[in-house]
Write a protein that binds this ligand. Sequence first.
Ligand SMILES: Nc1nc2c(c(=O)[nH]1)N[C@@H](CN(C=O)c1ccc(C(=O)N[C@@H](CCC(=O)O)C(=O)O)cc1)CN2
Length: 315
Amino acid sequence: MDASPEKVAKIIDGIAIAKDIRLEITSDVQKMKEVYGKVPGLAVIIVGERKDSQTYVRMKRRMCAEVGFVSFDKDMPGDASEEEVLQAVKAFNEDSAVHGILVQLPLPKHIDEQTVLSAISLEKDVDGFHPLNIGRLAMKGRDPLFVPCTPKGCIDLLDRSGIKIAGKRAVVLGRSNIVGMPAALLLLHRDATVSIVHSKTEDPASIVRQADIVIAAIGRPETVRGDWIKPGAAIIDVGTNAVDDASKKAGYRLVGDVHFEEASKVAGHITPVPGGVGPMTIAMLLQNTLNSAKRVLAKEVPLEKLEIRPKQVAV
Ligand SMILES: Nc1nc2c(c(=O)[nH]1)N[C@@H](CN(C=O)c1ccc(C(=O)N[C@@H](CCC(=O)O)C(=O)O)cc1)CN2
């Protein structure tokens, strides 16, 4: 008798979903150009020479060009002072062609991240990291102007994969300002029952095992094992960890916070690393920038003419 076939989770293809989103954005940008003769502008500030940050910034600028945005580049040396970075932010705050500003993180240690993020105009904070945008996300009935891109991308992956959120048990691993905490808040806004697992949580496996939806964002390779997972659960893996691998040309490979091979035998849906959440981060950044431009331009000509209204923030 044949052994019953092994169950395998559906792979959520972040590359394909992000590409669809970029196509939607490209079409809106074309309409915007026809009606207003203007396109969205995104300012990208990078300080220092970190290789990973340089890669992400290059990807952001390339994708801006792909969808028809203008990108404004500010590359600053690693020893730039906090004052110089603040000056760069101020100049973009005052430039009406710029609809979104982002400062690539992490910043060098001598620069205070919160001071810089708080200096970005609330209306141009397309990363959604300004304390007021985060604060509004944490409050009932106070929608933020922008939602941080990676958590927003996680929710979009669930939605576009037909996974119901309301009423479900969700566990977020990690409580960082840029992923874990906003992801938990977004799930709460969507009426999930949310638990946050963190470094001090006792017996994390027993909590993750109750979850219909898991968002893993702890930055520790392959920590979530197959036997932590409830059969059929949806697993969104935010981790991007480089582990040594001599068989690879680069000498390393990327793995998530979830043990993919084990988890995909138990879960219903799972994102791969790479190719899951990562591409969505940049797609959401472009979407936030487009919405920002729509908001500004709507004050000039009613958007009915464009038939592209700023989308409601997905909270
Ligand atoms: N200002 C910001 N800084 C940082 C953010 C952010 O959202 N805003 N997030 C991360 C880095 N990040 C974007 O900046 C980012 C990370 C990963 C990816 C991605 O597409 N990853 C690929 C793999 C890429 C590779 O091979 O190295 C994947 O997962 O498939 C995009 C953007 C920290 N800083």
